[in-house]
Design a binder for this molecule. Structure first.
Ligand code: ATP
Length: 365
């Protein structure tokens, strides 16, 4: 086990900056996901932790110690990559025992640990067979078992589930979580899949174009996104985010949306939009789960009118696509009464609505 501090790390490849002034602290035994769109710098960050790349600026400390210059094999790090680096010509047994042999672990101990890991991964009936004979799913289990068996102090996983079909992926997600509880290792997990990050990680670092956008527990990030990027990236279905110009008329503040619709602002969300007098272009955000129909519940809640264009089944609920002039809002049909074509009022709860500076993306309020 080990704690990791990443301090002001920047990585440049020639003129191109892949990671920019990146700082996070990872506690011992924590499961941290690096989450962001393709090309945002997740793998580069992981490679620097692993020692495969050197930071251009900044430091990476393990238990307070700078590892710059320390060889990869001396860092005691376990890896699982998307294309799982299995020795396909060796038996499943040898794939599992290899790392322990390198560490000169005694033979009976190797035997015991290989058996235990194979059982853990439900591949004990395959031990004598060549790894090349395994299915994709078994191969992935072997890749994880092979890295976990040497009990590295840090476990790095780069999109380890991305080749798997949806059902097995969900199963492996649960397995990984159990494994982490059992071994208590510090784990860093690269993914572009927010559902995976939300369900697995103790903390998530959300990255956009090499910059850390937010770092925190999944629920804190979901409930309290600090900027428009994070608000948009986390949550399924996505948050409704609409951009417009703030306009004050006879004491009432409106967000004028493109295409003519407007949101009358009141309560907390009005206060958020006006907290920084220099902001004129704003983004309004509300999650589909928080919009409601029927009777207005809070005095500060915002009333809108829209036409139900589509009703989409999402699990046990129906997701309504509500057209308000040129703007679309998604909302769950909480009363189960909507029909396509209806013109209906719907309500945006003021205390669940978020305001962002359209130019910088920064959360207001
Ligand atoms: P993905 O999910 O697609 O793997 P990522 O978030 O892991 O994306 P990185 O692989 O870290 O992103 O790449 C970040 C950026 O740095 C990309 O634009 C990539 O092209 C660039 N990059 C990565 N490695 C190098 C390199 N050795 N030389 C030049 N550019 C590089």
């Amino acid at each position: 086990m080990s704690s990791i501090q990443i301090r002001n790390v920047t990585k440049r490849f020639g003129e191109f900056t892949a990671v920019r002034d990146f700082s996070i602290d990872i506690e011992e035994g924590e499961f941290v996901a690096l989450l962001g769109p393709s090309g945002c710098g997740k793998t580069t960050t992981m490679n620097m932790i692993a020692g495969l790349e050197e930071p251009t600026e900044g430091q990476i400390l393990f238990d307070g110690q700078d590892l710059a210059g320390l060889r990869i094999q001396d860092r005691n790090i376990g890896f699982v990559f998307q294309n799982y680096a299995i020795f396909t010509h060796l038996s499943v047994y040898r794939n599992l025992s290899y790392g322990l042999e390198v560490k000169k672990v005694a033979k009976p101990e190797i035997e015991r640990r290989v058996q235990a890991m194979a059982e853990r991964m439900s591949i004990s009936h395959r031990l004598d067979q060549p790894a090349s004979s395994l299915s994709v799913n078994e191969m992935q289990k072997l890749a994880i078992g092979r890295s976990a068996i040497v009990e590295p102090r840090i476990f790095l996983l780069d999109e380890p589930l991305s080749n798997l079909d949806a059902g097995f992926r969900a199963y492996m997600r649960a397995e990984l979580k159990v494994l982490q509880h059992e071994f208590g290792q510090t784990m860093i997990y690269v993914t572009h899949d927010q559902i995976e990050a939300m369900s697995l990680a103790d903390k998530i670092a959300i990255i956009d174009r090499g910059r850390l956008m937010q770092y925190g527990a999944p629920l804190d990030i979901y409930n309290d996104p600090q900027n428009r990027f994070v608000a948009n990236f986390v949550g399924s279905p996505r948050m409704n985010l609409v951009d417009g110009e703030l306009r004050e008329e006879r004491g009432a503040l409106h967000l004028m949306l493109h295409g003519g619709a407007e949101i009358p602002l009141s309560g907390k969300v009005r206060a958020d939009f006006t907290c920084d007098g220099s902001v004129h272009g704003g983004s309004f955000g509300v999650r589909p789960q928080d919009i409601y129909f029927g009777e207005k519940r809070g005095g500060d809640d915002i009333t809108m009118h829209g036409k139900v264009e589509v009703l989409e089944r999402v699990g046990p609920k129906r997701l309504a696509h509500l057209q308000v002039q040129d703007t679309l809002f998604l909302a769950f049909d909480d009363l189960d009464q909507l029909r396509v074509g209806d013109e209906v009022p719907f309500f945006l709860p003021s205390d669940k609505s978020l305001a962002f500076d359209m130019k910088t993306g920064r959360r207001l309020g």
